[in-house]
Design a protein around this ligand. Structure first.
Ligand code: TNX
Length: 538
């Protein structure tokens, strides 16, 4: 699954990408054709410096001999099942390209050792020590080990990501990385409503975001154009409401088994899935599926355009809350994670008073089913429930009054997730020539998306209220994996770094060099990306 290739579309852009991919592959096969000794000496055998990693580690102490992975290397795990699982994952990454056996075992000496132990790592941090006799990753739990494994991948040559045997050598620079995240919420959102994405496409994206230590996958499961999750008590939501998408394609939806598979796969990559049911606006697919949900009792047609703000659940009807209760109950039951996102954005067809009434009734339903409310920041126009988080998606030009309303909520205890649209929205065009994406929030080049500080971004917000960052990927204009990749890369790693690395580590000049070094990895993984002129690609 990890190595599925990009789905090749037929647009000129994908053809171009495909062209350069073929060139890269052709160059690769010339290398493979050379004699082994010649191959090795032709390669740069200097190991990747310990600090050439994204997100930048909290602390790096280079020195000592490098470790070399050889055919005798073992992946040693302590007795725990959790460490073993991370060890197996690491072996799956390393085996195809190294061609080594890399047994995962709990005995022997040296090699790559994964250990769970007490230490100042928090639930997601880790320590990586590398020297002549081995690499040791230590963490308080499996999430920390998993993130440490992502660092280890980036310390190996890019060819480690290939799915066929490569010449090596496989050196890890000597020294110690001690790393722990700045924020607990480092999210990526995927809109599967405007265009539907299959379970395999979602898994592919999961693997790509996990590389950068993203730990939340927010799935935008319902909108005007499509309802994407099966709800047994309201079956037409998926079977009818999910039957199309922007542009009139066939759409689709996740059965409960599909959805559980996404949740399982995400959790194997230490990502928590946050399902979003967007309400009371963005609900045309639901309103089209059940006439009773409409104030006038008439179901509108399905919608395949890209306008927003025209639909609303009927706040005055009791059946609306039966519907919400059923949907939240069934969605919560599929969700091992703590959060349930209830949307709340762009409810332009819901009168303000109704919006407040709706949120007053709906937030307790989320709590009743054991979940914590997340909403877009318009939720601060009503009263966010105790413990709720709001996701800010305003921009520089958002009014001071609106920013202050969000800041006030933050001062009153509401947690913030920052997704400023003119920085963090992965669906914004990079510049006027970008063939995909939207531009309502302006163009967002790579530097602009990286060069801001979530901790001080919104005036009047206490630092403790900022829970982290999230990069949303809306899909009005995107319909296949290659297109998602082209918009997410190279911006997503920057948002991931803002969420993980200490504020003092942010340095554009240094970052752009580290970012350029990622491209050969993306090539090896068959991923598409935008070759921004701001980045010194080699
Ligand atoms: C705004 S952001 C929206 C979405 C659109 C997106 C396109 C937000 C909470 N609402 O409905 O898809 O812009 O960029």
């Amino acid at each position: 699954m990890r190595r599925q290739r990009r789905h090749h579309g037929t647009t000129p852009r994908t053809t171009r990408l495909l062209g350069s991919l073929l060139l890269v592959m052709a160059a690769g096969s010339v290398m493979v054709g050379a004699a082994p000794a010649q191959r090795e000496s032709a390669r740069d055998t200097t190991p990747v410096p310990l600090d050439r990693v994204i997100p930048a580690p909290a602390s790096v102490d280079p020195g000592g001999s490098p470790y070399r992975i050889t055919e005798d290397t073992r992946i040693r795990v302590d007795g725990s099942r959790e460490a073993r699982r991370v060890g197996e994952y690491l072996a799956d990454v390393l085996r195809p390209s190294t061609g080594y056996r890399l047994p995962v075992t709990d005995h022997g000496r040296g090699g790559i050792r994964l250990r769970i132990a007490e230490g100042p790592y928090g639930s997601e941090g880790y320590r990586l020590h590398s020297g002549r006799s081995g690499v040791t990753l230590t963490a308080a739990g499996p999430a920390g080990l998993f993130h440490g494994v992502q660092t280890l991948r980036q310390l190996l040559p890019a060819a480690v990501e290939e799915d066929s045997e490569q010449p090596g050598p496989w050196l890890v620079a000597g020294g110690t990385v001690t790393d722990t995240p700045r924020f607990g919420w480092r999210g990526a959102m995927l809109d599967v409503s405007r265009h539907f994405f299959s379970v395999d496409e979602v898994k592919r994206y999961i693997d790509q975001i996990a590389l950068y230590k993203i730990n939340k996958l927010h799935l935008h499961l319902s909108d005007d154009q499509g309802w994407r999750i099966a709800v047994d008590s309201w079956p037409r939501l998926a079977t009818y409401g999910g039957s199309t998408e922007v542009g009139g394609g066939p759409g689709g939806y996740y059965t409960k088994a599909d959805y559980k598979e996404i949740v399982r796969y995400a959790s194997s990559r230490h990502l928590e899935v946050v399902p979003e049911i967007d309400m009371p606006g963005h609900t045309n697919a639901a309103l089209a599926s059940y006439a009773d949900l409409n104030c006038d009792g008439v179901a509108p047609p399905l919608y395949t355009g890209t306008k927003v703000g025209f639909s609303s659940l009927c706040v005055g009807k009791e059946i609306t809350y039966d519907f919400v209760d059923d949907v939240v109950r069934e969605t919560a039951a599929l969700t091992p994670g703590r959060y349930l996102h209830i949307g709340g954005d762009e409810a332009h067809s819901t009168p303000h008073e109704d919006f407040v009434t709706f949120m007053d009734r709906v937030q307790p339903i989320v709590a009743k089913y054991g979940k914590t409310v997340v909403g877009w920041h318009q939720l601060t126009g009503a009263e966010p429930a105790e413990g709720a988080l709001v996701q800010y998606w305003g921009l520089d030009r958002t009014s001071d009054a609106e920013k202050e309303r969000v800041a006030e909520a933050a001062r009153n205890g509401t947690g913030l997730i920052l997704s400023p649209a003119d920085r963090a929205y992965l669906d914004m065009k990079y510049d006027k020539n970008t063939p995909l994406g939207l531009s309502w929030a302006g163009y967002v080049e790579v530097r602009r998306s990286y060069d801001w500080d979530p901790g001080t971004y919104l005036p009047g917000v206490p630092a403790s209220a900022v829970r982290g960052v999230e990069a949303p990927l809306w899909t009005e204009t995107l319909s296949e994996s290659g297109e998602l990749e082209y918009m997410a890369f190279p911006r997503l790693p920057g948002i991931a770094e803002l969420g993980w690395s200490p504020a003092a580590a942010r340095d554009w000049e240094d970052y752009r060099v580290r970012l350029a070094a990622q491209a050969p990895r993306w090539d090896a993984l068959g991923m598409g990306y935008y070759r921004s002129p701001q980045v010194p690609w080699s």
